[in-house]
Design a protein around this ligand. Structure first.
Ligand code: FDA
Length: 311
């Protein structure tokens, strides 16, 4: 209940352009700025530096050039070109080739056909260089269209691409079965957005139960699923389920967000599980940052302490 209310509050704040402007001015200043705990930096070079540190400690990474809900086709085109430059930089740097992106960043809410074209441009370049591209899942008005765009790509023969399903949506059980039938790679998450009653489970116990159900479906019948959570109960259940069924740790991976439960990331990796850290970066970090605050109100205290301790 508290989490639902805080998600609602922070999603409202995320939409405030004046706060965004203010935060953008101060949030990333200096190496100890408050947003840096969750965001690797504003430039791809900073993200690559973070990726190097992650890889040096035995973890893998996926880089996400932050951005969503662009306002026009010119911005969607700029985001697409931005991603293509990121791919080039990653190739030149030698860090692992794995990215995450959002379709509204490529123009989905303006014109679906153009978004598909933009995604294809990225996937072609990604394919050429052996990248895996994860399409993040956004809020529920975009669920069906995101899966449709994914399937369009899949039918056109792209295999270097995967999706995300959210256990807060009751439909995700059927979607997971569909993805298993296709042989597509799925990242299962609980869901970061404030969703209306009727569309999504409102009760944490239901979200968790659905997470376990989908996680099992993916482990048993899916293709290299990603179990993306910081919840020790979900992680323990995944480990037990995999062990009891002889599903080796090479057949799935755990994923966590940059700056969250680094202790757990390291512990799992030391036990020879594959762990991938989602590394967000870029100038458009405000909505992502607000979602992280909304998930855990204690983070607000962390941010306030950070601001107060800055000179
Ligand atoms: P839960 O929220 O129950 O938290 C469990 C525990 O984890 C907490 O008690 C706390 O210890 C820790 N924790 C969780 N969030 C924290 C935070 N912000 N700060 C500090 N500690 C925190 N969502 C989505 O809708 N679409 C997407 O594409 C993605 N992609 C994605 C990728 C990856 C790699 C991850 C890990 C997550 C996502 N998410 C996402 C976000 C996801 O839906 C969810 O909002 C968060 O992971 C928080 O949920 P947990 O599963 O961690 O559990």
């Amino acid at each position: 209940m508290i989490q639902t209310a805080s998600k609602a509050l922070f999603s409202t704040i995320a939409g405030s352009s004046s706060l965004k402007t203010l935060a953008s001015r101060y949030g990333m200043r200096g190496p100890r700025s408050f947003a840096r705990r969750f965001i690797a930096g504003e430039t791809v070079d900073e993200a690559i530096a973070a990726a190097r540190i992650i890889e040096a400690s035995g973890l893998q990474q996926t880089l996400d050039l932050l951005g969503e809900s662009v306002a026009n086709m010119a911005e969607a085109d700029a985001a697409t070109r931005g991603y293509m430059q990121v791919l080039d930089k990653i190739v030149a740097s030698g860090v692992g080739r794995n990215i995450s992106l959002k379709l509204t960043q490529l123009g989905l809410s303006i014109d679906r056909a153009t978004c598909v074209d933009n995604l294809r441009r990225i996937l072609d370049l990604a394919q050429q260089h052996g990248f895996f591209v994860r399409i993040d899942m956004e809020n529920s008005p975009f669920t069906q269209v995101t899966l449709d765009v994914f399937e369009t790509m899949w039918q056109q023969g792209y295999r270097n691409v995967g999706v995300v399903l959210q256990s807060c949506l009751p439909r995700s059980v059927a979607d997971a079965q569909r993805m298993n039938d296709l042989g597509a790679r799925v990242r299962i998450v609980k869901g970061a957005y404030k969703e209306p009653r009727g569309v999504a489970h409102q009760d944490k116990a239901q979200v968790d139960a659905a997470f376990l159900e989908i996680m099992k479906l993916l482990l048993s019948g899916g293709t290299y699923p990603a179990i993306a959570t910081h919840d020790p109960t979900m992680i323990a259940a995944a480990r037990t389920y995999a062990r009891e069924r002889g599903i080796g740790p090479d057949r799935f991976e755990f994923q966590m967000l940059f700056g969250i439960r680094r202790d757990l990331q390291a512990a799992l990796s030391s036990e020879r599980y594959n762990v991938r850290v989602y590394v967000p970066f870029g100038r458009e970090w405000f909505p992502y940052f607000m979602r992280r605050l909304g998930e855990r109100p204690a983070n607000v205290g962390f941010v306030v302490r950070g601001i107060l301790s800055e000179r």
